[in-house]
Design a protein around this ligand. Structure first.
Ligand code: R5P
Length: 295
């Protein structure tokens, strides 16, 4: 117990300075609770309002994806260069050093493998286990227009309810079926449904026509999904365009870990996302880092 506070005449109350009540830096997040804001502030850099997440959760439905055969060898060295890691609890527990303080966005849905109908997912992580693993957010796939559309939306809303109970934000990942057209109209629909039904942030693909209408009509932050491996300059240009058109960063996988120089690629993407670097400049830096073997 501290001693009684008997000092007199020395207290400072700064009566003339009103206490500030600043808003929260992320779009649509001001009404969230403190713990949820704090977790989001670990994922999104409060100075730039953006993030570079590294997605390595592919194994949850497609097994040892190229570049992820040995997460201990290929991915662990990249951890310091990403702002957040998106992965499964299996990889977290088995392979990611617990001393790492990098925020974790944990894949929380699963079920079908690539051999089956992918939209037939269920929630695959208990909220208590997510808390135990100190995650910064939970991620779940939403299949708008897919065969099991309603189930995937219901999975998301249940996860959002659980997340709200404990202050854990939910990332809705818009999954596009092979038969669907990847255009702004589709992504406006998918992203808006996810946000309307409670997701605190949304991951979606970039489209060259009208992406700014996707970000503008979504009331929560959008992070751009990377997609399949494309030439480095194209991937950097896509990240640049997405951020310039309103994305709050990226969540990229194969374009990072399947690159010839993953560390150089992460550093180049960070330049684009956090420093508004032009794709040409980021590409030159990528080349020099790669040649210096820093990649
Ligand atoms: C979506 O299905 C999963 O989150 C993926 O594992 C991840 O988004 C894929 O990232 P990328 O397309 O950039 O390799």
């Amino acid at each position: 117990m501290p001693e009684a506070d008997t000092r007199t005449g020395e207290k400072k109350f700064y009566e003339d300075i009103p206490m500030k009540t600043p808003g929260f830096f992320l779009k649509g997040s001001n009404a969230l609770d403190w713990g949820m804001k704090n977790r989001l502030a670990r994922i999104f850099n409060p100075e730039t309002g953006k993030t570079v997440m590294l997605a390595i959760d592919h194994g949850y439905f497609q097994g040892p994806t190229t570049g992820l055969e040995r997460v201990d060898l290929n991915i662990v060295p990249l951890i310091p260069y990403a702002d957040a890691l998106m992965l499964t609890r299996g990889i977290l527990r088995t392979t990611i050093p617990p001393a790492s303080t990098k925020p974790i966005v944990m894949r929380a849905s699963g079920g079908p493998s690539i051999l089956k109908e992918l939209s037939n997912e269920e929630i695959a992580v208990d909220i208590e286990d997510a808390i135990r693993m100190n995650v910064a957010a939970l991620a779940i796939q939403v299949f708008i227009g897919g065969e099991f559309e309603t189930r995937s939306v219901h999975n998301m809303t249940r996860l959002v309810d659980m997340g709200l109970r404990y202050g854990i934000p939910v990332l809705a990942v818009t999954a596009v079926g092979k038969e669907m057209t990847r255009d702004a109209k589709y992504f406006r629909l998918a992203c808006r449904i996810c946000a309307e039904l409670g997701a605190q942030f949304v991951k979606t693909y970039y489209v060259p026509e009208g992406f700014e209408t996707v970000t503008a009509s979504c009331p929560v932050p959008i992070v751009m999904a990377g997609g399949k491996k494309i030439p480095v300059k194209d991937a950097l240009t896509m990240a640049y365009n997405a951020v310039q058109q309103g994305a709050a960063g990226v969540d990229m996988g194969r374009n990072i870990f399947q690159s010839e120089a993953p560390i150089a690629m992460l550093k180049a993407v960070k330049g684009i996302v956090h420093k508004n670097m032009k794709p040409e400049e980021a590409y030159e830096l990528y080349q020099s880092w790669k040649n210096e073997k820093q990649g």
